[in-house]
Design a protein around this ligand. Sequence first.
Ligand SMILES: [Mg+2]
Ligand SMILES: [Zn+2]
Length: 191
Amino acid sequence: MGKPAFFLDRDGTINVDPGYLRDPSALELLPGVASAIRRARDAGFAIVVVTNQSGVGRGLIPPEVLPQIHERLNELLRQEAGAVVDHYACCLHSPAEQCDCRKPRPKLVFESSAQLGLDLGRSVFVGDRLTDIQTGKNAGCAWTVLVRSGEGRDQEALLGAESQAPFEEGPDHVADDLAGAVDWVLGRQSR
Ligand SMILES: [Mg+2]
Ligand SMILES: [Zn+2]
């Protein structure tokens, strides 16, 4: 049986989202994220970042910069808490390209899962947007958690609103931040 995973959105969930981040040195971790990732990994979860980076497709982010940003992210996580990301899965297309990998489509989750040998039925998707929640549901993850960091507070306000029509079901849980999301999932696991 495969390993469970935390599928994590990047901007607004792991790091501050300045909008089309294109400078590795400007990358800033959100508080408590590194130790939360460390705890999740120590508990036996793989860590997979699933991110829409349409700035590449729109010509706003040079494609070669993206690996540099993830290298820097790895460095910050390692320095702060000895935390490790196992895999990055990125959609580089603009919405206009109508690709088959942009969240909320589950393709990047499925590909990562096959590549790393993961068990989606014991995995969780965490993000600051309802499209992240929908991605987790589309992929058949056991749980979805919305975080209030990034755009999460505004997204939470949409829950139950009519404007939220494409997202029929809300997240399984809403946490203040990634640390809260990890606490909630690990708490359920140990029951
Ligand atoms: Mg986000
Ligand atoms: Zn794509």
